[in-house]
Design a protein around this ligand. Structure first.
Ligand code: MRU
Length: 343
C-alpha cells in the first residue's frame, strides 16, 4: 500500500526502519548496519508485527552475511549460523521470523561465500516483496466479508507498520474502506505496549478510516450492546488445526464474540501457518519483562516491589474462529483440511 511512511527499507549495506516505539509522537528512522542492531531492534519492538519481523530478520541475516570476512566455506557457514541464531533468539512466537530464517538457510545451500552473500541479499528482498504482495491479496479477499456500514473491532496493530505491505486485519479494513464501504473501527488500546492506541489509531487516521479507541476491557460492553458487527485480528502463529496465537487479549475477544454471536475473523499470510505443529498447545508464548506492565511510558504505575506477569500472546482455539483469511483463500472449519490445501 502506498503510505507516506516506509516501515522498512533495504539500502544495500544497511536496513532502514521506522522506530515504532517512538510513534505517534515522532517519526524517527534508524539505519542499522549490523545484524546485532537488527536483532536488538526486533527484541525491543522498534520493529514489530509478525510479517515485518520476518522481513527484518531476513535483512539482518543478509547484513550479517555481507560482513563475514572468512573465505573458507566451512568457517563462513559457522559464522553465518551464529548470525541466524542471534536473530532467531529475539522473539519466539511469530512463525514468520522462522519462516524467513528457514528460507535464508535454504538460499545459502551449496554455494561458496561470495555466492552466498549475493543469494542472501536477493532472497531477503524477495521475502520482503512476497510478504507485501501476500498482504495485498489477503486484504482484497477479506474485504469482501465486510459489509457497508459495519463497525469492526480490532486488536493490536496489524497495518503496514506490522507487515510492510497492506496489513493483515487492518489491511482488510482499509481495503474495504477503499472499495467505498463505510467502515468504522473500534480499536483496542492493547495493553501493555499500546499498539492499538499508538499505532493502529495513527495508521487508520492516515488512511482516513474513522476510528474510536477503547480500552481492552470495554470490548464486551460494546459487543453486548450490539455495536460490533465483526472482530478481525491478525496472527503470529497458526497451528495445523487452526488454533491461532495472537496478541494477548485476542482469546478473550474470540470468546466474547462467540457469546454475542459476532463473527470472529483471523487475517494472516500463509507464512504465519506452522504445519509442523498440530495444535496451539505447542506454540511458544513469549514472556516479556514485568516492567512493561508495572510501568507506563517509562513511569512506574504500581507500588515498588509489585510483581507482574507479561505473556505477550495467547492462543485462540480454532472452534472460536469463524474464518481465517489468507492470501491463498479464506478457509473455515475443518481447518485441518483447509490448511493442508493452502500449503
Ligand atoms: O508483540 P507484537 O506487537 O509484535 O504483536 C503483534 C501482533 O500480535 C499482531 O496482531 C500480529 O503480529 C498480527 S500480524 C500483523
Amino acid at each position: 500500500m502506498k503510505t507516506d511512511y516506509q516501515p522498512i527499507e533495504w539500502l544495500g549495506d544497511r536496513v532502514r526502519i521506522l522506530d515504532q516505539t517512538m510513534l505517534p509522537q515522532k517519526e524517527v528512522y534508524l539505519e542499522l548496519d549490523d545484524y546485532r542492531k537488527v536483532a536488538a531492534a526486533i527484541k525491543d519492538m522498534k520493529v514489530r508485527g509478525a510479517p515485518i519481523i520476518g522481513i527484518a530478520g531476513a535483512y539482518g541475516v543478509a547484513l550479517g552475511a555481507l560482513k563475514i570476512k572468512s573465505t573458507a566455506r566451512g568457517d563462513y557457514l559457522k559464522q553465518l549460523q551464529k548470525v541466524s541464531d542471534a536473530i532467531a533468539s529475539t522473539r519466539p512466537t511469530a512463525r514468520n521470523l522462522f519462516f524467513a530464517l528457514e528460507r535464508m538457510k535454504k538460499a545459502a545451500k551449496g554455494k561458496n561465500p561470495e555466492e552466498i552473500k549475493k543469494a542472501l541479499v536477493a532472497e531477503a528482498i524477495k521475502i520482503h516483496q512476497e510478504e507485501a504482495e501476500a498482504t495485498r491479496r489477503l486484504s482484497e479477499l477479506g474485504a469482501k466479508l465486510l459489509k457497508d456500514g459495519w463497525t469492526v473491532l480490532t486488536h493490536c496493530n496489524t497495518g503496514p507498520l506490522a507487515t510492510s505491505g497492506y496489513g493483515t486485519a487492518l489491511g482488510v479494513i482499509i481495503a474495504a474502506h477503499k472499495q467505498g464501504k463505510k467502515i468504522k473501527v473500534l480499536a483496542d488500546e492493547t495493553r501493555p505496549l499500546l499498539q492499538g492506541a499508538r499505532l493502529t489509531a495513527w495508521e487508520l487516521k492516515k488512511a482516513g478510516v474513522p476510528v474510536t479507541l477503547i480500552t481492552d476491557s470495554m470490548a464486551g460492553y460494546f459487543m453486548r450492546g450490539g455495536k460490533v458487527n465483526c472482530v478481525i485480528t491478525g496472527a503470529d502463529r497458526i497451528a495445523a488445526n487452526g488454533d491461532t496465537a495472537n496478541k494477548i487479549g485476542t482469546y478473550t475477544l474470540a470468546v466474547l464474540a462467540k457469546e454475542n454471536k459476532i463473527p470472529f475473523y483471523i487475517a494472516a499470510p500463509v507464512s504465519t501457518i506452522d504445519t509442523s505443529i498440530r495444535s496451539g498447545k505447542q506454540i511458544p508464548i513469549e514472556e516479556r519483562k514485568a516492567e512493561e506492565v508495572t510501568h507506563l511510558l517509562g513511569r512506574r504505575i504500581t507500588p515498588a516491589g509489585v510483581s507482574a506477569a507479561n505473556p505477550a500472546f495467547d492462543v485462540t482455539p480454532h472452534q472460536y474462529i469463524t474464518a481465517i483469511i489468507t492470501d491463498k483463500g479464506i478457509i473455515k472449519e475443518p481447518y485441518l483440511e483447509g490448511i493442508k490445501k493452502l500449503k
